[in-house]
Structures are given as C-alpha cells and as structure tokens.
Write a protein that binds this ligand. Structure first.
Ligand code: IFM
Length: 723
C-alpha cells in the first residue's frame, strides 16, 4: 500500500491531480504538472524561503523557473495528450521513494504509435538535485526528437516575479539564472542530459532560446528500441550561496548515473519511513491515505534550513502564498517533534529568529513582549492580507481581521516550544532559545489582558478564536486559556532555568525586564482571566455565545455549502455555527486540565454545532481525537476519514490550491492520540496508550521518539479489542 495511481487524464481535474502528485525533498516541491505542458495547468515549483513582494498578499513564494519541460516529436509530430489518441495512460506516485512515473501509449494524428514513459523525483539524498527521465519506445522506424529545457518564463497566476539574469552552456551543461523583482533572490538551474537506451542519437544541439535554454537531441529510432534521455537539474539560490550559477554548474559536473541517483534517493527515503511510517491493517483506504498525508508532510519539511517554515498549503500550490499559520505549531510540529525532532527544531528556530519582528508587532500595537504574526513569511512581519475578494461575489471586497486580532498564535508557538522540550529533552536548545520564546510571549499576554474593575477580572477582548466564523469576540475561551497557560508556563520555565542554567536565568530576567512587579501582575492575570465554565463543566466559547441564535448542523441539511456561506460572513457572527473546534481544541491541547466528564459535556454541546463537513479543514482530525476521548467511535472514524481524504478526494473542491497541511498532519494526531490514545507524562518520563481502534482495524503500529529513545507501539485488535 505505497502507490497512488490513476489511469485517466482529465484536463478539468488537472489542478487537483497536480497537487496530489507533487514531489519534493524539503528544499523545494514541484507540482505534478506534465512535462509537455497543457493550457490550464498550474505548473509550479516552490523553493523554501524564495519570496517576492505581491499586491494584497504582501509577499508570496515565487513560482521558480521550471525544470520540467520536455517536448517530444515523433517524425516532427509533437507529443500531446490533447491531440491524437491516448491508447493507455497510467500515472503512479511511489510514496515510499517519492518517484512519480507516467506511461502513455500514444497514437499521433499522423498514425505513429509510441509508448512514452516519464519518471521524476527531487532527490532526498541531495536536495539540490532534480532528476527526470524520458523514455520513448516507438512502434515505427523514424526520427524522434527530444527537446529538454529550463524555462524562466513562469508566473504566479499572472504575476511575473523573475528578471532574467544569465544563461548559456558550459562544459556540456546548460544553465539559466533569474532574480526576483523585488526581494532580489537569485535562482540558478544547471541541466545536464544523458542518453541511455538503444536508440541512436544522431544529432545534439544547444538552442540558446531567451530565458528558455534548450538541449535538442535527435535519434534515428527503430521500432521496439527505446530512446532514453535523463535530465539532471542542479538548483541553487542566493539563500545557499552568492555564486549561484557557479555552484549550480559545479554541482551539475558531478557525474551521476540514473541508477545511482535513484538508489541514493530510495535509501534516504527508507530512513524517513523508518521513523515516520504508520501501519494500519484492515483498512486499505486509511492506510494509503495515512501514508499519503505523511508523505506530503515529509516532502515539505526543511531538513537543512532553519530559516524557513511550512506554509498552510506546504510547497504544493498557490493557496495562502506560502504563508505559515498556527497550522505549523499546533498540527505539524507535534508530528515532527515525535518522529523527526531535527525538523521540529528547524521550524522552531525559524520562530526564534523572528522574535525581533514579533516584538515589533507587539510594540506597534502598544504592547510589551512578543506578538507573532497570524501569517508569517520570510521577515516575520504580519503578512495577512487586509482585504480580499469575496469568495462568492468577486465584485465585493472582504476585510480580513485575522492579522489584527487572531492573536492566539503567540501562545500556540509557546505551546509547541514547550512540547518540543518535553518530548525531546533538548535542554541546550531550550536554554539557548526556547525559554525566551515562552517568556516573551508571556510578557505579551501580561500586557494584552485588560483589567475589568467592575467585574474584578482580566478580559482579553476583541479577538478571533480558532472558530473564525465569529469575529471581534470578547474572552474567547481558547485564547484566554492558552494565554493563561503561557503565563503559567513562564513561571515553570523561569524556575527550571534557575535550576539548570542560572546564568541564563539571570540574563534573561534582565533582558526581558522580568521584575517582581511584572511577575506579580502575571500571577494576577493567571488567577483572574475569564474562562467561563458552568457548574456542569460546559465552557462558553466566548462571552455571549449562548445568546446567539442556536443552530445545529443537522438543521442545515441537506446542503453542499459551509455554514458561513449559508449565513454570510456577517450573518455567521450571529448564529451558533462553529467553523472548527474551539473549546474542544482548547481541551485537546490542555487535556490534563479537564476531567473526562468535562470533555464529554463540551463534546456533546459543541460537536453538533461544528461545521465539520464544510467548515475549516483543520476541524475533523482534532474532532476525531475528541470523539475517541468520549467513546464516540462512529464519529471518530467519520471525522478521521474526512480529514484523511481531504486532498486525495478533493473533499473541499480546492485541493488544486495545494495540500491542506494541517489536515494532513492532523491525521497523525487522530491516529496516534485518538485511536491509539497515546499520552505522555507531563514531565516526559513515560507514556501510556489507551487503544480505541475503529471496529474494522486489525492492527495499528507506529513509532516515536521520547527523549531521544525510539518507542514502538503495536496494537492488534486481538490484544486490545476495538472501540
Ligand atoms: O490557520 C487556518 C485557520 O485556522 C482556518 N483558516 C485557514 C487557516 C490556514 O490553514
């Protein structure tokens, strides 16, 4: 169960298929567009950290120069599935190795038949190496011409980011270099071709086409003999080196065979799966979907760069422009913390380096401490667009408030910082960097909480919680509880630092001005911040939620739209329709603070009010965990499989914009914390499981790391029973 495949090509679903057939290696990702190109394709390669300015969205990952183009001519007839007849078509992505293959038997309009096979991968063994092979087996005697190019004429849905810099041929390799218009980032590609197979190459030429240098290879082919050309592309950016062209050419000079490149890549992938794989027996769809979602996380995860983060759509599409959200810290980071701590550390370092920008944002809003942006790109400044076009009526603009008031992300980042420390035991990193993140975000919360003298309490007013259907709310339980947790954690961290690194504790106390008055104030906020919990244990999502017009999702059926579309952006504010778990999300993260009964009461109340079918893609995976917690086994599977299918089946109709990264990573949460019921002791000293496997699952097995030691979990239905 490692292969994703299909046997039809439909121009209409190209964008979706391009997303799911994305390949990558943590340095870059390339969407699964075809080598020969089609009018409506959304071909793109995104390289981590290569951003450029863009109107409205502030900055976006620039669609890099295209390394894929291969044009094939059979006796002068250009291969295209849009002409002639496609006699057979198979496409397969091997999730185990990240190799994408396509085989097409094509009858040209002129009556010539050939089987054309493409294979491509971004080497995980060498992140600067991209490999593409093209094999043509004709059923006629005649000429076959293959034109392999690099193409700098790319754009982001109409916006061109690149200025041509240089191109040429050097020592048999072809190169192309471009620079982004505003940010000045250079990218150089160098391409080397290699002829294999039995077909005789009769002519080769370098065509110096402006911004699309091309290597032409002509073969005198015979029926049944395969003509094969391998295209190796080396890629470097000015984030790697100042001499991009030289480095790319040097790299392209290293002789490597297709077989060796394939082998090295497979070995590197084997190591990844060794740490990350999840085995599910008894449910083929869940098994392949689980591996697909993990694969999508693994190809987007920066292994050798701690200056970048993972966008909400990974590197697989234009959606959200490569910007990072809380999706990273709350959904993706736990997966990496438990299975690949080195990747988790890179992602946290990205946030640490952006503390100055977070301090700047807090100060600009009149607060002390560090306030992280809701959407973050390269600089760490807020890059949430302020106005966007209305999704249903493109003549209207909608004000986006999340960049102003969805502030819980600062506590979310602190949360992931502490989780990393708890699970990995990486004291050195926590002393050097992590502690500062927790303390400076606490400082922000201390300043942000408002004293309400009339009610003798602290309020956090005018926010958006995880449930974005409700804007400008006061005392959102999730935000307040996470702020309270962040402040409490600051004391734990200070005590821990004093015991383990007294010098650092002293320095940081001075640097962040953690004086007694401030600490006393924090204690006050912790004690008096409003989290409204009734005697029954029910927690009000925000002040006034109970007064909104009651709406249960069942009342809206049948429907094919989100509650927000049904009620309108403004109207949704006035009804109890929740976009994604909010109180339940809080209980999920702060699980040890709530009894099983309190979790049940809140699940029973909020589950029917949450738009899991059409709301945010972030909802179902976590709802699955909470359903497991309360023994709602049917609900748990329904939510899990919805998340697992999100991109594979294009459940929301927008997978063409890129992978729903939080949902993909969230499926790992559903399985590990939900179905397996993994709980790690608060001090990281041990763990337990409480299996609640779906009735048809026969086995669930995975591993994780706790304080550097590998732990194995293997649950069989016979041993543990099902939920
Ligand atoms: O971060 C999420 C948010 O929770 C819901 N809207 C989409 C964002 C990006 O995935």
């Amino acid at each position: 169960m490692w292969t994703l495949s299909d046997t039809t090509f439909t121009a209409r679903s190209q964008a979706h298929q391009e997303t799911i057939y994305t390949i990558g290696n943590g340095y870059l990702c390339t969407r699964g567009a075809m080598e020969e190109g089609y009018p409506d394709d959304r071909r793109a390669t995104f390289i981590h950290g290569v951003f450029d300015a863009a109107p409205i969205v502030v900055t976006e990952l620039a669609n890099a120069p295209d390394w894929l183009p291969v044009a094939i001519f059979l006796e002068g007839e250009r291969f295209s599935m849009a002409t002639g007849t496609v006699e057979s078509f198979t496409r397969a992505l091997d999730l185990r190795t990240g190799v994408l293959t396509r085989a097409v038997r094509w009858l040209s309009p002129g009556g010539r038949i050939a089987t054309i096979t493409f294979e491509r991968f971004a080497s995980l063994a060498d992140e600067h190496l991209l490999c593409l092979s093209c094999r043509v087996t004709p059923e006629f005697d005649g000429s076959i011409e293959i034109q392999a190019s690099l193409n700098g004429n790319t754009d982001n849905e109409g916006l061109a980011h690149w200025r041509w810099q240089a191109q040429g041929e050097s020592n048999g390799a072809i190169y192309l270099s471009n620079r982004t218009r505003q940010s000045g980032a250079d990218v150089a590609l160098a391409m080397r071709t290699q002829v294999e197979g039995t077909g005789q190459c009769v002519e080769q030429a370098f065509w110096n086409v402006q911004n699309a240098p091309t290597k032409m290879l002509k073969f005198a082919a015979k029926a049944g003999e395969t003509v094969a050309v391998n295209k190796f592309v080396s890629v470097f950016t000015s984030r790697d080196t100042a001499a991009v062209v030289e480095r790319a050419l040097q790299h392209a000079d290293t002789a490597i065979t297709w077989a060796d490149a394939l082998d090295a890549n497979a070995t590197a992938w084997a190591g990844e799966w060794e740490r990350n794989d999840i085995i599910i027996e008894g449910d083929e769809e869940a098994q392949i979907a689980m591996r697909f979602n993990l694969y999508q996380m693994l190809i987007a995860a920066p292994r050798h760069d701690d200056r970048v983060n993972i966008g909400a759509k990974t590197l697989s599409g234009f959606g959200y422009r490569g910007h990072s959200f809380w999706d990273t810290e709350i959904f993706m980071l736990p997966l990496f913390i438990y299975t690949a701590p080195h990747i988790a550390r890179n992602l946290l370092n990205y946030r640490y380096q952006r503390l100055p920008a977070a301090r700047h944002k807090a100060a600009a809003n009149g607060y002390e401490g560090a306030q992280f942006p809701w959407e973050s790109a390269d600089s760490g400044e807020e890059v949430t667009p302020t106005w966007v076009t209305h999704f249903a009526d493109r003549t209207k603009m909608v004000r986006i408030w999340t960049g102003d008031i969805e502030i819980h992300i600062s506590a979310d980042i602190a949360y992931a910082t502490c989780l990393y420390h708890r699970i990995t035991g990486d004291d050195a990193w926590f002393i050097a960097k992590g502690a500062e993140i927790v303390l400076d975000t606490a400082k922000f919360w201390g300043a942000r909480a408002e004293w309400n003298a009339a009610k003798d309490r602290y309020d956090i007013n005018d926010v958006i919680g995880p449930d974005e259907n409700h804007e400008h709310v006061n005392n959102n339980a999730y935000t307040n509880a996470m702020a309270q947790w962040n402040l409490r954690m600051a004391f734990t961290v200070l005590d821990w630092l004093k015991a383990h690194a007294p010098d650092v504790a002293a320095q940081i106390t001075i640097a962040l001005d953690l004086n007694e008055a401030r600490l006393a104030h924090w204690r006050e906020v912790i004690a008096k911040v409003l989290i409204h919990q009734e005697a029954s244990g029910l927690i009000e999502q925000f002040e006034g939620f109970y007064k909104l017009r009651p709406v249960l999702m069942a009342d809206l059926e049948p429907r094919s739209r989100s509650a927000q579309e049904i009620f309108g952006i403004e109207g949704a504010n006035h009804v109890q329709a929740i976009k994604q778990p909010d109180v339940l999300m809080m209980q999920y993260l702060l699980r040890d603070n709530y009894s099983a009964e309190t979790v049940r009461v809140n699940y029973d109340y909020y589950n029917p009010r949450t738009d899991l079918a059409y709301g945010s893609s972030l909802g179902p995976s976590i709802q699955a965990v909470m359903a497991c917690e309360v023994g709602d086994s049917e609900g748990a599977y329904e939510h899990f499989i919805r998340a697992a299918r999100a991109d594979l089946r294009d459940v929301r109709g927008n997978a063409g914009d890129g992978i729903h990264a939080a949902s993909a990573a969230g499926t790992w949460h559903s399985v590990v914390f939900g179905f397996a019921g993994l709980r790690v002791a608060p001090d990281g000293s041990g763990w337990t499981i409480r299996p609640r496997l779906p009735a048809h699952w026969k086995r669930l097995a995975f591993s994780f790391f706790l304080k550097g030691e590998r732990q194995q979990v293997d649950i069989t239905a016979q041993t543990f029973g099902t939920a």
